[in-house]
Design a protein around this ligand. Structure first.
Ligand SMILES: Cc1cc2nc3c(=O)[nH]c(=O)nc-3n(C[C@H](O)[C@H](O)[C@H](O)COP(=O)(O)OP(=O)(O)OC[C@H]3O[C@@H](n4cnc5c(N)ncnc54)[C@H](O)[C@@H]3O)c2cc1C
Length: 395
């Protein structure tokens, strides 16, 4: 499918690089890494280092920081391309690329100078964002009288943080984290939480369990544990008590990036189904010649096209917020649509492969497990629909 949003040679060149990286580095090892039983063994530093060498890991850093300043539209294209090879690798990079974008606008000059070079210069430098905790999960998407359980208490020159976060992508692999905790008792988290920037080696900060996930296994997810962890005042992002505003102000394209990631998975499931239908002969003709299969493939094609168009709209609007009014529903809905479409496409793709679709060596079952990740991550879909409804019907 041609993409009318690829508007210049710069984007073409970036996407060529990412395509080559995906085909040469990710695809040959993804299925084997996925099969490892210990979740930590499914993660590969070799892939991260090669993504660094290809310029992918730091591509959203501005030129002055040594990157190429990839915008949201281009970043959405890149993470989709990565996910065509493996969704977990795309997640590792999506988290890193989007948080690098936030750091450059949300951090003060002093904070940028203290945190960005260390991340940039480490070929294994990854980033993570810690919001979700066991008892305060979907709650952060909908207004209400609830607070984070993780909290920070004021002390001389900084804050003492106690609590834990879970399900955090890159949790056990990152070097720098954005962390959201309650700093004002009795206030809802939207009004009483603060965003901190934290280095991995901060005393009092440890990694807990690495979660054993059903899919998206090449990315690790982990618990973050804070025990009397001192964070200095200089490492507050924005203002104390206004942590939530950091998410609202600086993360408009995050939902569309998640959508683009699951879309890459759907594209591969579709492409492989077309290939299969063109070579598998049953009922006296190729599957592609049966009207039921042809129309099913056309429907999959349509869903992919619609999801991609929605993502391009959201990322383009995120890039042009100065000139076009941002629609907050675009911060929730593209991932809902893309993940539902991707799940439908993955199950249909498996069905088109018949009995082979159920066999591990064909790879359809991995695509199904991987597609399922985005029904759950970046906000559960029903909660995101509620968040969108609250912005659409706010009057
Ligand atoms: C693979 C993966 C990666 C993730 N990565 C990160 C990360 O990097 N950082 C991070 O902070 N978090 C991350 N998360 C957390 C994720 O984004 C979800 O927000 C979180 O898992 C939802 O919380 P929960 O599982 O406790 O579900 P719950 O909040 O318990 O929700 C359970 C069900 O109830 C519904 N529900 C909840 N509240 C309401 C309501 N008010 N009205 C109607 N329905 C409601 C939900 O839609 C859901 O269907 C990740 C999760 C996964 C699975």
């Amino acid at each position: 499918m041609s993409d009318p949003f690829i508007v210049n040679e710069f984007q073409e060149a970036i996407l060529d690089t990412v395509r080559r990286f995906t085909e040469e580095v990710v695809v040959p090892v993804a299925a084997d890494l996925d099969r490892n039983t210990d979740p930590e063994d499914s993660f590969s530093w070799d892939i991260v280092e090669k993504a660094d060498a290809a310029g992918i890991r730091t591509m959203t850093l501005a030129e002055k920081w040594g990157g190429i300043g990839a915008d949201s539209v281009t970043t959405g294209m890149v993470v989709e391309e990565l996910a065509k090879g493996d969704i977990g690798v795309s997640v590792i990079m999506t988290q890193t690329l989007k948080i690098a974008q936030i750091l450059q606008v949300a951090l003060t000059q002093d904070q940028q100078e203290r945190f960005i070079p260390g991340f940039r210069d480490d070929p294994r430098g990854l980033l993570a964002i810690g919001i979700t905790e066991p008892e305060t999960a979907s709650n952060y998407f909908v207004p209400g009288d609830w607070s984070f359980t993780s909290k920070a208490e004021k002390t001389d020159g900084g804050w003492i943080v106690n609590g834990m976060k879970h399900f955090i992508s890159n949790g056990n692999r990152a070097c720098v984290y954005m962390l959201f905790v309650q700093t004002e008792k009795g206030k809802p988290l939207q009004e009483g939480s603060t965003c901190f920037i934290v280095k991995r080696d901060t005393p009092g900060f440890t990694i807990g369990r690495v979660h054993d996930k059903m899919g998206e296994r090449l990315a690790n997810n982990a618990e973050l544990i804070f025990t009397d962890c001192f964070i200095p005042d200089e490492d507050v992002i924005g203002e104390p008590g206004k942590g939530f505003q950091v998410l609202v102000d600086f993360l408009p394209a995050s939902n569309a990036y998640a959508a683009a990631t699951v879309l890459g998975n759907a594209q591969t499931a579709y492409d492989r189904s077309v290939e299969w239908a063109k070579t598998r002969n049953q009922g006296g003709k190729l599957l592609i010649e049966h009207d039921g299969i042809r129309s099913q493939l056309a429907e999959m094609h349509m869903m992919i096209d619609v999801a991609r168009t929605y993502i391009r709209k959201a990322t383009w609007m995120a890039d042009n917020r100065d000139s076009v009014a941002w629609d907050p529903a675009l911060g929730a809905l593209p991932k809902v649509y893309a993940s539902q479409a991707a799940w439908q496409i993955a199950t249909w793709a498996s069905e088109i492969h018949g009995g082979s679709g159920f066999m591990k060596d064909i790879g359809m079952e991995k695509l199904m497990r991987d597609a399922a990740a985005f029904l759950h991550s970046d906000g559960v879909n029903r909660t995101l629909l509620l968040k969108a409804a609250n912005s659409i019907f706010k009057d």
